[in-house]
Design a protein around this ligand. Structure first.
Ligand code: TMP
Length: 206
């Protein structure tokens, strides 16, 4: 038995956080040792960095290094040790988010971000990444609806910024063979079953 590392990616309101939660709940009810983390955040330092990132203006490079500090703290102190204890580790976002947001959307050099991310993550890549991809119109409508309860600094960006991220993920998915695109328009339970079907093929614990 070995650890198994799963990440979820997607634009704002793609449904990835709900699917991460559904997956960890499934593991709990089936007595599969699983641990859910999120980025930025997941550690005490990471949660403080998350608050800075989502509330204060930072330059694109400052954003990347804040995210990277959170990421390396999380990888070294939680993700790696849990995998060594044979846990299924589920992360709501990982370094691919930085490629989409700070790279494709904010204009930082993708190759530089990939190189630094390798050091930041101690070379740890997921076994599988589920890219939740609702149609652009559905994701947009959900984000507009979320305005009623309040948006953070990044969610408040202009529409063209969000469109760049939407397109970026489609490009990123082609560069990593462990990316699996999941259509995000169906109801959450249908999506959850599709995710489980994929996982059952990869690890007998599911
Ligand atoms: P969340 O919406 O998934 O909770 O993520 C918080 C925000 O942080 C979201 O707007 C995306 C942003 N973000 C980046 O810009 N780059 C990153 O590398 C990560 C992990 C998140």
């Amino acid at each position: 038995m070995a650890g198994f590392f799963i990440t979820f990616e997607g634009v704002e309101c793609s449904g990835k956080s709900l699917q991460s939660l559904k997956l960890v709940e499934y593991c709990k009810t089936h007595n599969i040792p699983a641990f859910l983390v999120r980025e930025p955040g997941g550690t005490e330092i990471g949660e403080q960095l998350r608050s800075i990132l989502l509330n204060q203006y930072c330059t694109p490079l400052a954003e990347f290094f804040i995210l990277s500090a959170s990421r390396t703290q999380l990888t070294e102190t939680i993700i790696k040790p849990k995998l060594e204890e044979n846990y299924i580790v589920i992360s709501d976002r990982y370094f691919h988010s930085s490629l989409a947001y700070q790279g494709y959307a904010r204009g930082l050099d993708i190759k530089v971000l990939q190189d630094i991310s390798k050091t930041v993550t101690l070379g740890l890549e997921p076994e599988i990444t589920f890219l939740l991809k609702p149609s652009y119109e559905v994701a947009r409508a959900r984000l507009i609806d979320k305005k009623k309860i309040g948006l953070d600094r990044i969610e408040q960006e202009e529409e063209h910024f969000h469109k760049k991220i939407y397109d970026a993920y489609i490009s990123i998915a082609k560069d990593y063979n462990y990316f699996q695109i999941i259509e995000g328009d169906p109801d959450p339970e249908t999506i959850h079953q599709e995710i489980l079907l994929s996982l059952k093929k990869l690890d007998s614990r599911f």
